[in-house]
Design a protein around this ligand. Structure first.
Ligand code: F6P
Length: 250
């Protein structure tokens, strides 16, 4: 895992997006198509904004997979990840993407995980854009995460720390409003991506970042698995990096 520390979230997002865009460009040149995974949440604001500004990318040849979604939340709810991706990413692009595999959190959950798993199995993922939660989750894989599942998408329960984070970010009015279950891409499925770009701004992530980067690889710290990926770049702002010893920083 390569750690890159930048002074603020805008710079971090711009650099992460530029790196991602160059990987997508390479895939388009070499394979004629590309497939990516996109995440949501406050950690992805700057990255997605910069990514949609990559005007030269031929998005019509890019397939997009959706990382995680709440179960049972209507698409019209302000916290819906599908709404987020439509608003901040898909509708901002100059042309429609080749395909968008949205997670339908209102469909039959098991059938939905199987449908998405079949679709993912047919694609090579060039770039996964992800974040890390305050509880060190990767997608909605809260601790202890399953590092060995053979499922690509799973129904998971959200822990209290995860639900508190969503409340704290202002997506919901009360903790009771935060759904208790979600569909998430699994840890092995994310790790199967050729390249991972993980963007993590904010001081409230500092402890999770330190554990993920400097601690042991353990299911108790889901994002620690990124240490084992052959090409993962972790973009931090200074507050998010504030608890690192500095040994890994580039
Ligand atoms: O951007 P946030 O809200 O800090 O969340 C970080 C990660 O957690 C998820 O939002 C799930 O909560 C992922 O989609 C994202 O990568």
């Amino acid at each position: 895992m390569k750690v890159l520390i930048r002074e603020d979230r805008e710079k971090l997002g711009r650099e992460a997006a530029a790196h991602g865009a160059s990987l997508i460009r390479t895939a388009l040149r070499v394979r004629g198509e590309a497939a990516i995974i996109v995440a949501t949440g406050a950690s992805q604001f700057a990255t997605l904004e910069a990514l949609v500004g990559s005007a030269d990318l031929d998005w019509s040849r890019v397939t997009v997979f959706h990382l995680d979604e709440y179960l049972g939340l209507p698409i019209t709810h302000p916290a819906s990840f599908r709404l987020y991706l439509w608003d901040r990413f898909l509708r901002q692009l100059p042309v429609p993407v080749r395909a968008f595999y949205a997670i339908d959190g209102n469909a039959d959950p098991l059938a939905e995980t199987e449908r998405l798993g079949r679709a993912l199995a047919e694609h090579r993922i060039d770039v996964a854009f992800v974040g890390i939660g305050e509880n060190a989750h990767l997608a909605f894989n809260d601790p202890p995460a399953d590092f060995d599942t053979d499922r690509a998408f799973m129904v998971v329960a959200l822990d209290e720390a995860c639900r508190q984070q969503q409340l704290g970010e202002g997506w919901f009015a009360t903790l009771d409003d935060v759904p208790r279950r979600a569909i998430t891409m699994s840890v092995p499925a994310i790790m199967g991506s050729e390249h991972i770009i993980c963007t993590v701004p904010d001081e409230r992530k500092a402890q999770a970042v330190a554990a993920a980067v400097e601690g042991p690889v353990t299911e108790a710290v889901p994002a620690s698995i990124l240490q084992l990926h052959p090409d993962c770049q972790l973009y931090l702002d200074q507050p998010a990096a504030s608890r690192l010893t500095g040994a890994q920083a580039g």
